[in-house]
Design a protein around this ligand. Structure first.
Ligand code: GUN
Length: 293
């Protein structure tokens, strides 16, 4: 029997916990958590993602600051903007929304973020700690997927997880977290990417299949084992004449044909997306409370 992994409902449960934790802080005379987001340029998808983050802050009682910069910003100006956030004691954590314009060196910007404020977990210090299973900020999307599996009570122990995509923000950290000796965790993990041969032979062996490749409806029913747990990280815009906008969002999985084979599957929208936002909020509360002691 197929069940929907409801990221929207799970994110609301996490938000309720966060709202309560903020109130408990205020009752103790502690500050409200404060998240800042740096948005460079006018990429509509990036603007939408940052907007979701700012709205989530308001729902859980965090302060938020949106730092908007023009596409024409120079490398050194952007580094200065990051240092200002590092030095601002009221800001507990911040993110630099990706992608950045082509003339910007992303890595230098991400490495300029103070690791204690790096709530995206993109700084090499946090990525390194994650790979060593040390306490750190986990990247929001893989962290959200782990929470979703956990809260749905899905047993991952000893299961074969296949990850489609090796990005540093989703595929690679997802593999590390599912491989960890923990719960959820203890998976045997395969990472597939653009050079993988005989892809469907790998995906058909997956007890847990995570699709993070950014191609609409790439995962078809012939690629999925009966009873698999399918996690769809894709957010792809495709034409849809029935919509006023002329388009809609869809995942990397051909949901209508794959879902009947699954034990669990995430929808798009309403699956991984809201969990990513909720995880970023959890990281921000963590960054804030790390400073209390
Ligand atoms: N671009 C795509 N995903 C992310 C994310 O989790 N954080 C930031 N800052 N940019 C992104």
């Amino acid at each position: 029997m197929m069940q929907i992994l409801d990221g929207k409902a799970t994110s609301l449960a996490i938000e309720a916990e966060l709202t309560e934790a903020v109130q408990a802080r205020l009752d103790q005379g502690l500050k409200r958590p404060h998240l800042a987001a740096v948005l460079v340029g006018d990429n509509p998808a990036s603007r939408a993602y940052v907007g979701h983050k700012v709205k989530a802050c308001a729902r859980v009682g965090f302060v938020s600051t949106l730092v908007e910069q023009p596409t024409s910003i120079t490398q050194s100006e952007l580094l200065s903007a990051v240092r200002e956030l590092n030095d601002n004691p009221d800001i507990d954590g911040f993110i630099v929304q990706l992608p950045l314009p082509d003339h910007i060196d992303d890595q230098e910007v991400l490495e300029a973020v103070l690791p204690t404020k790096d709530v995206d977990g993109f700084h090499p210090v946090n990525a390194g700690k994650m790979s060593l299973d040390l306490p750190c900020f986990l990247p929001a999307t893989p962290k959200g997927i782990i929470s979703l599996l956990d809260r749905a009570g899905i047993d991952t122990q000893g299961k074969h997880a296949v990850i489609l995509g090796r990005s540093s923000i989703v595929g690679t950290p997802m593999a590390l977290l599912l491989r960890r000796n923990g719960a959820p965790g203890n998976c045997t993990v395969t990472i597939c990417h653009s050079r993988t041969q005989n892809l469907a032979e790998h995906t058909r062996r997956a007890d847990i299949l995570v699709a993070a490749i950014g191609r609409a409806h790439f995962v078809t029913e012939d690629m999925v084992k009966d009873g698999a747990v399918v996690i769809d990280v894709g957010i792809n815009r495709i034409p849809d004449a029935s919509k006023k906008s002329g388009s809609r969002l869809t995942g990397d999985v051909d949901f209508d044909n794959v879902a009947p084979k699954c034990s669990w599957i995430t929808p798009v929208p309403g699956g991984v997306g809201p969990m990513t936002i909720a995880s970023l909020m959890q990281n921000t509360l963590q960054a804030c409370s790390n400073k209390d002691a």
